[in-house]
Design a binder for this molecule. Structure first.
Ligand SMILES: [Zn+2]
Length: 189
């Protein structure tokens, strides 16, 4: 009777841009040195386990901000996760979600199994970050560039970052940097 339209479901939608999957976690003391974030990407061998553990620990229930207003300085932390399963941004000062310690342990354990960082060297700037897949990769500008409007725009877009005034001539400074996972890349000398 009624003609049924059978649609072939095409599930291959390759048009959307693949977002980098990344976990960034840092703890710091106030006052204290700047934090050194732990970065995990989907290239990490333990990635799937980490995500599963974090889902089990209900990280998706964490709120954006935890803080104890009665303490002015102290210890802070922040966590951001960008993945297919979890997408959160959370931070705190002197206050922690219930599962904080367990989550910290999961992330630190995975980071400890990651291969030691090498000095990634390329002949020219990679179009996409070889570590996390984000683009663009920023060129690091050394010295004191005069800050034009155009340059500020480029920084906002993640196309350039400023490396400070010290210029080493021995090629020991990275030429490019991914602003998503903060990995730095060196130019082949
Ligand atoms: Zn990256």
């Amino acid at each position: 009777m009624g003609s049924q339209v059978t649609k072939k479901s095409k599930s291959s939608s390759k048009s959307h841009k693949t977002k980098p999957q990344i976990i960034k976690f840092e703890t710091f003391d106030m006052p204290g040195p700047p934090p050194e974030p732990i970065i995990l990407t989907s290239k990490n061998k333990a990635w799937a386990d980490v995500i599963r553990n974090l889902v089990d620990l209900s990280v998706d229930k964490w709120v954006a901000e935890y803080h104890d207003p009665s303490i002015m300085d102290g210890s802070g932390w922040s966590l951001s996760i960008c993945s297919k399963e979890l997408n959160i941004q959370s931070s705190g000062m002197n206050a922690y979600p219930e599962t904080f310690d367990a989550v910290q342990e999961v992330i630190e354990r995975a980071a400890a199994t990651a291969p030691p960082p090498t000095k990634p060297t390329y002949a020219r700037k990679p179009r996409k970050c070889p570590n996390c897949g984000a683009s663009p990769v920023a060129s690091i500008m050394y010295g004191m560039p005069s800050l034009s409007h155009e340059l500020m725009e480029k920084e906002r877009r993640g196309e350039v970052v400023f490396g400070g005034c010290v210029i080493e001539m021995d090629g020991s400074q990275p030429s490019w940097k991914c602003t998503t996972c903060e990995m730095e890349f060196y130019k082949t000398t």
